[in-house]
Design a protein. Structure first.
Length: 446
């Protein structure tokens, strides 16, 4: 059966669940109001999520065609293919789905035949071409540019939506040859509120699952702990590194890349200098190589290297990064989380990755002896954040209070256990529980 065909029988995993459906959890009492557009440490793009992503795409496809190519980037196993199949199901015969990593995609003439079919279908009525895993096609961006320019010259009502498993491949190719022809959307890791809405969990259950096993939806369907770890390693980590990163880049030392990833996962929510990271590797490489590999891991939605907040860019570049694992599932698969100190790092990592995945600009700040866990800037507003998993004293808030004094546009926020919220009240700052922070709902608009 051909991979390029109309899909009418496969639904999006969110199908049948509307915003008003019974049992869907209400929004979290934590309301962080938007003050600016979404930001990201790697790109400035609209974020999709499992609840609103399908409707956002359908809204854009209702615009007059041909418009702009919709490029969807995101980590593995978050539902990008299901999103395309849900779109194909909704559009019926007005859409053609094609898997660009299927064996037949390597056959001569497959690409040209696919576009010829799309153009023929768009003769006289709108049609949508859905291209899954586009980055697996050699020279995909230049080939798409040629076909898209042909569609524009003929003024055919043909829309194109394409997905890729990382920002890396789509970003590089689209910037080189598709300038002005595309809009990039990001489908990041799921939030706890998305898990709750799609799988019928309470928000408390979803947050508990996020902290222990992350938010890959496929993990919920796997029973034992051992099978979950195997799934995370075999279906997510190995394909992301072995297939996406190694196949799409000139990486001369793949063993070193894997070591940098493992060392980063072993240091969640920790400030680690490149020299210290270099010393922990079995096969040390040049500092420039390690920094480059950290950048690749962030583009693949695996690990983010947060910069230090500074008004001067030179100081920001010179400071060591703070490593954040972008899905708790990676921690569950590769590290132990038994001690109280480990749990503190796990909770802090979960909060930082939640903000990063929500499109906030996330940095940290440290000037001995003071330190703050996160500086957030974006659609949530401007916040300086202290994250505590145990008891909290007024001394623990010295960093956020001093930072807010130096930079008044940032408001201090304490994220802590529910029993400790009164400490923030005594200090006159805002506080929310860890559960409230991680259950904060967000979704893309536009």
């Amino acid at each position: 059966m051909s991979s390029a065909r109309c899909r009418n029988n496969l639904a999006h995993p969110c199908a049948g669940k509307s915003a008003s459906s019974p049992g869907r959890p209400r929004s979290n009492p934590l309301i962080i109001r938007p003050y600016s557009n979404n930001y990201s440490s790697t790109m400035d793009n609209v974020r999709l999520d499992p609840i609103h992503g399908l409707e956002l795409l359908r809204t854009r496809l209702r615009e007059e065609a041909p418009g702009r190519i919709q490029l969807i980037a995101g980590p593995r196993q978050v539902g990008k293919t299901h999103l395309l199949l849900g779109l194909a199901d909704a559009l019926g015969t007005a859409a053609t789905y094609a898997a660009c990593d299927a064996p037949e995609a390597a056959l001569p003439g497959w690409w040209e035949q696919l576009w010829a079919q799309g153009e023929a279908s768009a003769a006289g009525k709108p049609h949508t071409l859905l291209l899954d895993e586009i980055h697996f096609l050699p020279n995909w961006s230049s080939r798409m540019k040629a076909q898209w320019d042909r569609v524009r010259r003929r003024n055919l009502p043909l829309n194109v939506v394409a997905t890729g498993s990382s920002a890396l491949h789509l970003g590089r190719g689209s910037r080189e040859t598709l300038a002005g022809r595309f809009e990039r959307l990001v489908f990041p890791h799921w939030s706890a509120s998305s898990l709750a809405a799609v799988f019928g969990l309470s928000l408390d259950e979803a947050v508990t699952h996020l902290l222990r096993w992350g938010t890959y939806p496929g993990v919920l369907s796997v029973g034992s702990d051992a099978r979950r770890r195997a799934y995370i390693n075999d279906a997510i980590i190995e394909p992301a590194i072995g297939r996406d990163l190694l196949a799409g880049n000139d990486i001369r030392r793949p063993g070193l890349l894997r070591q940098v990833f493992a060392a980063s996962v072993a240091s969640p929510a920790q400030i680690v200098s490149l020299q210290k990271l270099q010393g922990s590797l079995q096969d040390p490489g040049a500092l420039e190589t390690i920094a480059h590999y950290l950048h690749l891991l962030e583009d693949a939605f695996l690990v983010a290297a947060l910069k230090k907040y500074s008004a001067k860019a030179t100081r920001q570049r010179a400071a060591p990064p703070k490593l954040v694992v972008l899905n708790q599932a990676l921690l569950a698969a590769l590290s132990d989380q038994g001690s109280r100190s480990d749990m503190g790092r796990t909770i802090e990592n979960a909060c930082l990755s939640h903000a990063w995945n929500a499109g906030q600009q996330v940095t940290y700040w440290r000037e001995e002896p003071l330190e703050v866990d996160a500086v957030l800037n974006g659609s949530w507003g401007s916040w300086v954040v202290e994250i505590k998993s145990g008891s909290v004293g007024l001394r623990d808030l010295a960093g956020v209070l001093e930072f807010a004094r130096r930079y008044p546009r940032f408001r201090p926020l304490l994220v802590c256990e529910a029993e400790q919220l009164n400490v923030a009240a005594r200090a006159g700052i805002r506080a929310v529980s860890v559960q409230q922070f991680l259950a904060t709902d967000w979704h893309a608009t536009g």
